[in-house]
Write a protein that binds this ligand. Sequence first.
Ligand SMILES: [Zn+2]
Length: 255
Amino acid sequence: MPLYKTEALILRTYKLGEADRIVVFLTRDRGKKRGVANGARRSRSAFAGALEPLTRVGVGYYEREQRDLVRLSYAEPQCSPLLASRPDALSHVGYFAELMDEWAQEGDPNERLYRLGVSTLEALTEGVPTSAVARYFEYWLLRLQGVYPPHVACRRCGITLDGEPGGAFLEPGGHVFTCDGCAQGAGRDGAAGLPLSPGALSFLAAAVSVPPQRIGTVPLNARVDRELESIHRALMRVHLEKELRSTRVLRDLRR
Ligand SMILES: [Zn+2]
């Protein structure tokens, strides 16, 4: 049985028996894997410090055909989210990892998702503000999955949305963005949808082309942050058909 060596991001772990853990990780080149880390719960384990969610590791594992679980030989931390050392960054690490776990398919290589995770980790450890990183990550995750509605032009009348003084609206149901005029026409009883102010549209326009390490230089005030967060939550609910555990945790922390 050959040892397979690659790079991966840790997504989550579960206890297994007295001393072991099951580790869910996203490899750079072979998609998501689930493996047993023998002895990982012992204090002097070889896996110590390597299994926090969103840690980038060098891993070696053995895989047998017809078996769902691989066996981890080693996991060496290369970049740890603990380096971010800011409480708000650390409270988001589990959220990013849970979203990637929800969307990554087992054994289905997704290098773009892997690279998004790695650059998100790097932005956090380099001190980029957490809210900017979070809105950027959500935008790209939804976009890579093909579920982010086009935000460049109104889907009803076709006018360019960026620069529109009235901003845009995500229609109820979460499938298209429309201009202010079309949204008002559609929803006279207050059902115009979730608003996206001109500032939020500018943030999205920047997120298309800027790497996450530089997203901190794009203006993101509290209002824009809230608008984008609400829209991303709505899109995730539509596509995941449930609320994530870590979303509830983040909301409780804010109270
Ligand atoms: Zn329109």
